[in-house]
Design a protein around this ligand. Structure first.
Ligand SMILES: *Cc1c(COP(=O)(O)O)cnc(C)c1O
Length: 379
């Protein structure tokens, strides 16, 4: 792996001992351009829960068609970032969330996840378009399964079809369906099948009930924290002109990637403050750790890293497989369970690439009361 020169410069400029996030909004812009090139007629919303760094969010608000939010807090942040349109998902929306959506001055599609939400939307006078979130009985390969199994997301097909009548009777403007199914899908044929299937199902489900104008296939475009990325051109090739009939009919075909857009735009870096061998195993202990970058602990994988040698002020281990652990008093604070390095020493900075999605956002930084990470934006 190699670290871009400007990231290395930013890492070297940090105060010691460093724990920091480095974001490059330009990378998000490039990823967005790739999605647009592959699917020129689709609507692209950025799922901001992947990375809500203000500079990243601002770049997404500029470059994407809009922002997908999953809380009232995200709604407010996306609006102030200048999003042109919004979508609002989330399985446990509160009355305050629904009131905020009803009062929102930016065009917003509500992804309704239950009958209770439909009733609350009508009661709150929500006048915008509503899409029913449906848990289809179909699984996609990926890391986080949202459908095809009992999950808290959306409604069963049967429930949704019954709810459709209720929603229309309540006077809601039903526009279509939200069919987010999976995260981190790296299989182009499977993703294309998901899109085809979502469109076909939505057409059948809406027949005779309402005019279908919105099909949201969700996120799930794969960008693995270990580096693998879904081949979008292969998805587009596998789809051919399958979605064409829907696009011609004025259906808004929406994709809402988070991970794919944000993963490569963020690097986590942590400085080695100690090295030692315990029980025959080499350890590098860093300032920072999984409370600043929780993903490797949450998923249980070893996140690859590069070593940016610092002024080495203490011990150095050479030609060694090293386990990288953080400053927390728990054996789970492991960023990488074992990676071979030429050398590693106190003062070095370890750089974890492809960390931008679900990195800082899912971290539990209050644990143990250490200072938080620095936040650096480069361009
Ligand atoms: C998390 C989420 C996304 C984004 O998923 P990625 O796998 O990061 O692309 C999109 N839509 C909904 C409803 C989500 O919950």
């Amino acid at each position: 792996m190699s670290i871009p020169a400007k990231v290395r410069i930013a890492v070297e400029a940090l105060e010691s001992p460093a724990s920091a996030w480095v974001y490059d909004p330009g990378v998000l812009g490039a990823r967005l351009a790739a999605v647009r090139a592959a699917f020129p007629e689709w609507t692209v919303l950025y799922a901001m829960k992947a990375c809500a760094n203000p500079a990243i969010l601002a770049a997404a608000a500029r470059g994407a068609d809009g922002i997908e939010c999953a809380s009232g807090g995200e709604l407010a942040a996306a609006q102030s970032a200048g999003a042109r349109r919004l979508a609002f998902s989330g399985p446990a929306k509160t009355p305050a969330d629904i009131a905020a959506a009803a009062a929102c001055g930016t065009p917003l599609v509500m992804h309704a996840e239950s009958v209770r939400e439909l009733e609350a939307l009508a009661a709150a006078g929500f006048a915008g378009p509503v899409a029913l979130r449906v848990n289809r009985g179909r699984a996609l390969p990926g890391s986080h399964q949202m459908t095809g199994a009992p999950t808290p997301f959306g409604m069963d097909e049967d429930t949704a079809l019954a709810a459709l009548g209720q929603a229309l009777a309540l006077g809601l403007d039903v526009a279509g369906f939200h069919l987010h199914a999976v995260s981190n899908c790296l299989d182009a044929d499977a993703y294309a099948a998901h899109v085809r299937d979502a469109l076909a199902w939505a057409a059948t489900a809406s027949e005779g009930g309402f005019g279908l104008r919105y099909v949201n296939v969700g996120g799930g475009l794969g960008a693995d924290p270990r580096g693998d990325v879904l081949d979008l051109d292969a998805v587009a090739a596998a789809l051919g002109d399958g979605p064409g009939r829907f696009l011609d009919a004025g259906v808004d075909l929406v994709v809402e990637p988070g991970r794919y857009l944000a993963a490569a735009a963020g690097w986590y870096t942590a400085e080695v403050v100690d090295v030692k061998t315990v029980g025959g195993r080499a350890f590098a202990l860093v300032r920072g750790g999984t409370h600043h970058f929780r993903l490797p602990a949450a998923w249980g994988y070893a996140h690859p890293f590069d070593v940016v040698p610092g002024p080495r002020t203490g011990a150095v281990l050479t030609d060694v497989e090293v386990r990288v652990c953080g400053e927390l008093c728990t054996p789970r604070d492991v960023l990488n369970g074992g990676q071979r390095v030429e050398s590693i020493g106190v003062g070095d900075r370890l750089v974890f690439a492809d960390a931008g999605a679900y990195g800082w956002e899912v971290s539990h930084d209050r644990f143990l009361g250490h200072p938080g990470p620095d936040m650096v934006v480069i361009d």
